[in-house]
Ligand binder design. Structure first.
Ligand code: GLU
Length: 326
């Protein structure tokens, strides 16, 4: 096994959205390509939304698409627990490291992360108040997809809220360190968080992982990214509509990645062999249900009649066309 350790870190919401499935798939493909470890970490800090049911929707969706995880819920592993809600002692320990290094302070009941650099105050039109800013050295990210990205943070930020709960940036980075994550593959919507994350990695004295931010999936027509309300957005619907998991997985692998030739229908072993960061597009991809259906049809045509009959039976039964034991 190689040293590569990647993770899919969803916050379960009760839906397995095509965007999440794509992030999971790219992590899984990269782990399998590199002979590394695929970790599933549940970012369940939002207690209201993160129910057992939400978790099951996610695990079922992952399993349906054939994305097995090497460490995580129901399989365990040496870096657990794999639920953020169970990792408080680890967050306490890491918070202490930052406190001992003099990189935190308390203000208004919250704990803040202190940037390094010259401090000055500036009038903020939006807040209608003087705000303390920091001239921090810019963070340079060599993103494996986006290329070089540079950004300077200028405001200290909260890492533990008034109510005692650590914030996303803090727990995300602590877990990536504690779980030995080597590559962070996630949606482009997180690119703007990455400079904060790198500041935290540096404060812990840890070399940040390789970042690979993957472009958005746009909805079928019009501007904007796909949301869970858009037709075709939920993985669980493909299963009920009788799509083949292999076809759905093949289609999703092509949302933002391509093998640099015209091929679309590919066996999973081939995709694993060819999948790598240079093949990930910089531009956004657009969801196209016709293309997915066409690919699904190709898979169906190739299927032998026994398998086809076996899979068709429950669908025909549900539709009231045949008796259960016909
Ligand atoms: N829980 C975050 C999300 O679902 C994870 C972000 C990350 O992969 O770092 O967006």
């Amino acid at each position: 096994m190689s040293q590569v350790r990647v993770r899919f870190a969803p916050s379960p919401t009760g839906f397995f959205h095509i965007g999440s499935a794509r992030t999971a798939l790219f992590n899984w493909l990269y782990a399998r390509h590199a002979g590394g470890t695929f970790v599933l970490r549940i970012e369940d800090t939002d207690k209201e939304r993160n129910t057992d049911e939400s978790l099951q929707v996610l695990l079922d969706g992952m399993r349906w698409m054939g994305m097995d995880w090497d460490e995580g819920p129901e399989v365990g592993g040496a870096y657990g627990p794999y639920f953020q809600s169970q990792r408080q002692p680890i967050y306490d320990e890491y918070l202490k490291k930052l406190q001992d290094a003099g990189r935190t302070y308390e203000k208004d009941g919250a704990i803040w992360f202190k940037l390094e650099g010259e401090r000055y105050t500036e009038y903020d039109d939006f807040k209608k108040a003087e705000v303390e800013k920091v001239r921090a050295a810019p963070v340079v990210i060599d993103d494996a997809v986006r290329g070089r990205v540079e950004r300077a943070e200028e405001l200290d930020f909260v890492i533990v809220r008034k109510d005692g709960n650590p914030v996303f940036h803090f727990v995300n980075v602590v877990d990536d360190i504690a779980m030995g994550i080597t590559h962070v593959i996630r949606g482009e919507d997180h690119l703007s968080n990455t400079s904060k994350h790198v500041e935290l990695f540096n404060a812990f004295g840890v070399t940040p992982p390789v970042f690979a931010h993957i472009p958005l999936i746009l909805k079928e027509s019009g501007p904007g990214k796909m949301s869970k309300r858009d037709k075709g957005a939920l993985i669980e619907e493909y299963e009920t509509r009788g799509f083949l998991a292999n076809a759905v997985r093949n289609y999703i692998s092509l949302l933002g990645w391509n093998p640099k030739d015209e091929r679309e229908k590919m066996e999973i072993d081939e995709i694993i062999e060819l999948f790598d960061f240079p093949g990930i597009n910089k531009g956004n991809s657009r969801f196209d249900e016709k293309k997915l259906s066409a690919l699904n049809t190709e898979y169906l045509r190739e299927m032998n009649v026994e398998t086809f009959t076996f899979l068709a039976r429950p669908i025909l039964h549900t539709a009231g066309v045949i008796e259960e034991d016909a």
